[in-house]
Design a protein around this ligand. Structure first.
Ligand code: FNR
Length: 334
């Protein structure tokens, strides 16, 4: 059973948290990795299929054959599937589909985007606590794996505590707290005092989140843990920018991280568009350099790989996969 004590965790991130990035985070030293948020009704269009060429378990969209979620044995005991949902019934259906393939289920109660709020998902659930608790309780009562949720704080520690207490009463195993309110944006300071207030008062592990702006090296993760008084820490942007932040032995240069990431993308037949998106978020302002501009023109994995001297690696793997008759290519994203 997954433990949430003393863990450093890759946060859920739409489009970033697909299989290659999750494996990279684990290989660099992350203890737990969250999937990107997957929307329940989209997931329910998929069928589970074992891919014996890649040795992955794929959830394949029945309407267009794209891959909604790809996972493999290397991450089985460490991957948490994050769901976007407003329905206990649908959430349970999805959770039952993946129960034997993932280590835990997390419900997103922090997303402030219009798409989520309009659908009654994400942070909207914190305004409808009966529904939020019903979703969590239904999952807790019917699953053999841990259930958690990820929330944002309210304006005061007292109000936040009141909400957290209710959520915790459902039997969840841990709670991730992003130390910003629903109206605050990533550039705002993170309220470590409110996270700490909660961590001091509840019995299940609190996972501190929101510290990436101040996290530039491994030691800063430990500092954030100390300041927030939490059992564990979850990183989003710091890992998006340089996933080797999880290494206890120090961070690696950007090109090494991109090379490691690209190999995993090729190994797991990740879509070129998703691979490109993740690398863009590593390169950031370096997209303006001559190599960055060349990169932006790339359309295939092989073209991207060539910029990091991995064209041969890519060609060999891809031609092997083609010979083996690979099917079910590439994830779609909202
Ligand atoms: C996010 N975040 C997010 N949160 C969530 O619960 N589910 C998700 O799918 C996403 N997607 C996502 C994508 C990207 C690109 C970013 C940068 C962020 C929010 C994220 O998990 C985290 O709560 C915040 O980024 C704050 O943590 P950091 O970045 O300070 O470590």
């Amino acid at each position: 059973m997954l433990s949430y004590e003393n863990k450093v965790i890759l946060a859920p991130m739409v489009r970033i948290g697909t299989l290659p990035m999750r494996l990279l985070a684990l290989r660099y030293g992350a203890d737990i990795v969250y999937s990107e948020e997957l929307i329940d009704w989209k997931f329910l269009r998929s069928k589970r299929r074992y891919n014996d060429i890649l040795n992955t378990t794929d959830f394949v969209d029945q309407t267009d054959g794209t891959i909604i979620f790809r996972t493999c044995s290397e991450e089985k005991n460490k991957v948490v599937l994050q769901l976007g949902t407003c329905s206990a019934e649908r959430a349970l259906k999805v959770a039952k589909l993946v129960e034997n393939d993932v280590a835990a289920i997390d419900i997103n109660m922090g997303c402030p985007k219009e798409f989520s709020i309009k659908g009654g998902m994400g942070v909207a659930l914190l305004q409808d606590l009966d529904k939020a608790c019903c979703i969590l309780k239904t999952l807790v009562d019917n699953l053999s794996i841990p259930v958690t949720c990820k929330i944002r704080i309210f304006e005061t520690p007292e109000k936040t505590y009141e909400v957290v207490k209710k959520l915790v009463s459902t039997g969840i195993k841990a709670i991730a707290i992003h130390g910003r309110t629903r109206d605050e944006r990533p550039q705002h300071a993170v309220h470590t005092d409110i996270i700490r207030y909660i961590a001091e008062r509840i019995s299940i592990p609190v996972i501190a989140n929101g510290g990436s702006k101040e996290i530039e090296k491994y030691n800063d993760i430990l500092k954030f843990k100390e300041i927030t008084g939490c059992k564990s820490v979850m990183l989003a942007r710091a890992a998006e920018w340089n996933c080797s932040i999880f290494r206890k032995d120090g961070m690696l240069p950007m090109d090494t991280v991109i090379t490691d990431y690209l190999k995993l993308s090729v190994d797991y037949d990740n879509s070129p568009s998703n691979t490109k998106y993740c690398i863009q978020n590593i390169l950031r302002e370096l997209q303006e350099t001559p190599r960055g501009r060349k990169f932006l023109e790339c359309q295939t994995l092989e073209q991207i790989c060539a910029l990091w001297d991995l064209d041969k690696y890519c060609q060999e793997k891809q031609s092997l996969y083609q010979k083996m008759g690979i099917q079910g290519r590439w994830q779609v994203h909202p």
